[in-house]
Design a protein around this ligand. Structure first.
Ligand SMILES: Cc1cc2nc3c(=O)[nH]c(=O)nc-3n(C[C@H](O)[C@H](O)[C@H](O)COP(=O)(O)OP(=O)(O)OC[C@H]3O[C@@H](n4cnc5c(N)ncnc54)[C@H](O)[C@@H]3O)c2cc1C
Length: 528
């Protein structure tokens, strides 16, 4: 049955939900408070006084798990590779350490293991890395079976002790290493502190501390090794534009510049939204607004209050510098990490003390390595991201920004061989945690929704099908399965799929089913 569906928010989760719901034949209207579509996947153009122009992806820059996009396009009978071409990057990251050493993260596990043995000889690091990747591969499979592509809020949504509890399931549950953290698993296999610090940073895709995140998140290591790191032609902004075009071509009505300020809920069932001051009737609502704020501000009442008390914690925030350079640094790769002097000190400051790290890790995107349209010839549109704590009442970024910018530039000079960076900057802009909070209407300036902290239940977030309000679905970084481009797009797919199933809709096509599977899970004929 065709439903009138309203989507609140055009982040990658909301756009994915709109495209999938429209592909399944539903009538979709999407609202975003901002004048652009794509949420954090926004674009920034800067012009230097000499007229040279730079283009920056403002938010996400590293795309992984492209099969999520393949499934979304396949829902509409289309091929992602025709409409949104992606370039595979290898080395995936270049890593700079405080002691002056450098290592490249390579996609191929054996090549990386050999590189690790060269980097820290005689200590079995290569074999340890292979063992880590075997664990990561297994945990990725467990995630696929129990967490992905389905609306999960707690363990009982995915594990039914009576219905599906078999010896295989028991083995999977045991292998989750419940009670162990990501940092513990990594250091058990790869104890070289620099290499461990590099592997820790898979956890930064979800804005969480590896010292607090559950071991299942080691699976991100396999997602990256098995499925690659990708740069969409035209930048990550192309993903937002591609999904918006896909949804619009399927009939979705996309309305930027309109804020949703309320839900019309009658007898526990959603009947519409208040958008731009007007009541719009809806059979179903998919909210891509932060899940805790959706419950607190749009649902409100006892249900809304209950979600405020569940103990969810915002993920980290960040400071981004967008630096237009008149001369590029030839020693940078497309993605670089310039690591802090001490991983534990850094994560402790950000995630426990709630203060910016005294010596931070800086992530750099030097896109001119791959794309000659982001900067003038010989120049660089250098993107620098440093994670910071989510906003606390005493944080005043109008005062904190200038000294922290200096600290970041000093770090790049000292650890990444960029001593003359200030002389090369011809234009710049920045984003602080307060800007992130206001632009994207998130929780306490969080970049990545909710933190995945808690060695037992840290992987669980508010579910995609509301348990309390009929007809309300959730997607985005603070909903299941969590943040980062692939996961929010998967959350959009899950929310639209749940809505479609509840409406007795036509469900997923076989082509979409195959397009979204891991290579390891494909039937042999399809894999060949
Ligand atoms: C600086 C930065 C770097 C990042 N780097 C990476 C990376 O390299 N790789 C990666 O995978 N991920 C990265 N991420 C995370 C990734 O960008 C996010 O997880 C993802 O884009 C969030 O998508 P979302 O669906 O949650 O929606 P969001 O992008 O959060 O968008 C939500 C939208 O909803 C709108 N909205 C909210 N409330 C309302 C309302 N009431 N009415 C109307 N509209 C509303 C907002 O205006 C916004 O446009 C990064 C994020 C940032 C900010």
């Amino acid at each position: 049955m065709t439903r009138n569906v309203v989507v609140i928010g055009s982040g990658l989760g909301g756009l994915a939900a709109a495209a999938v719901a429209a592909a399944r034949g539903h009538k979709v209207t999407l609202f975003d408070k901002n004048p652009w579509l794509g949420g954090k996947a926004a674009v920034l153009h800067l012009e230097a006084p000499d007229g040279s122009r730079f283009r920056f992806d403002m938010g996400p820059t590293i795309l992984t798990v492209p099969r999520v996009l393949r499934r979304i396009y396949a829902e509409a009978g289309r091929e992602q590779r025709d409409e949104l071409p992606l370039i595979r990057l290898d080395p995936q990251w270049r890593c700079f350490f405080e002691d002056g050493s450098r290592v490249d993260l390579l996609e191929n596990v054996d090549a990386m293991a050999a590189e690790m043995d060269r980097f820290a000889p005689g200590r079995g690091m290569g074999e340890g890395y292979r063992a880590f990747q075997r664990i990561a591969h297994h945990l990725h499979g467990v995630s696929e079976r129990f967490f992905f592509w389905k609306p999960v809020e707690g363990i009982s949504d995915t594990l039914n002790w009576k219905r599906n509890f078999t010896p295989d399931t028991m083995r999977d549950v045991m292998s989750l290493r419940m009670g162990q953290t990501v940092a513990k698993v990594i250091r058990g296999k790869v104890p070289d502190e620099r290499l461990a610090q590099m592997l820790d940073h898979f956890c930064q895709y979800v804005g969480s501390s590896p010292y607090l995140a559950p071991a299942v998140l080691c699976s991100i290591g396999d997602m990256q090794a098995a499925e690659g790191v990708w740069y969409p032609k035209g930048g990550t902004r192309a993903v937002a534009e591609g999904l918006a075009n896909l949804a619009a071509s399927l009939g979705a009505d996309l309305r930027p510049g309109v804020e949703v300020t309320g839900l019309d809920i009658e007898d526990g069932e959603v009947k519409g939204v208040i958008a731009g001051g007007e009541r719009i009737a809806a059979d179903a609502v998919i909210s891509n607004m932060d899940a805790i704020r959706t419950y607190g501000e749009l649902v409100a009442g006892p249900v809304g209050q209950a979600y405020q008390k569940k103990g969810f914690e915002p993920a980290c925030s960040g400071v981004v510098l967008y630096l237009g350079l008149n001369r590029r640094y030839d020693h940078l790769a497309h993605h670089c990490f310039v690591f802090s002097r001490d991983a534990e000190e850094e994560f402790d400051a950000i995630y426990k003390k709630g203060e910016p790290a005294p010596d931070p890790t800086a992530y750099l995107a030097a896109t001119s390595c791959t794309d000659d349209t982001t900067a003038p010839p010989g120049g660089e549109a250098l993107y620098v991201l440093v994670h910071t704590p989510y906003l606390r009442p005493h944080h005043d970024w109008s005062k904190m920004f200038a000294p922290y910018r200096r600290k970041i530039l000093d770090k790049l000079k000292r650890t990444a061989g960029m001593e003359d960076i200030e002389e090369r900057i011809v234009v710049e802009s920045a984003l602080t945690p307060v800007d992130i909070h206001e632009r994207y209407k998130v929780l306490n300036g969080a970049i990545y929704g909710l933190a995945s902290h808690g060695a037992f239940t840290g992987a669980f977030k508010p579910g995609n099908r509301s348990k309390n309000i009929k007809g309300l679905y959730l997607c985005g970084g603070s909903a299941h399965p969590g943040p980062g481009m692939p996961m929010v797009m998967m959350s959009g797919w899950i929310a639209a799929d749940a809505m479609d199933r509840d409406a007795g809709g036509r469900g997923m096509s076989e082509a979409a089913d195959l397009a979204g599977r891991r290579e390891a899970d494909l039937p042999r004929a399809a894999a060949e």
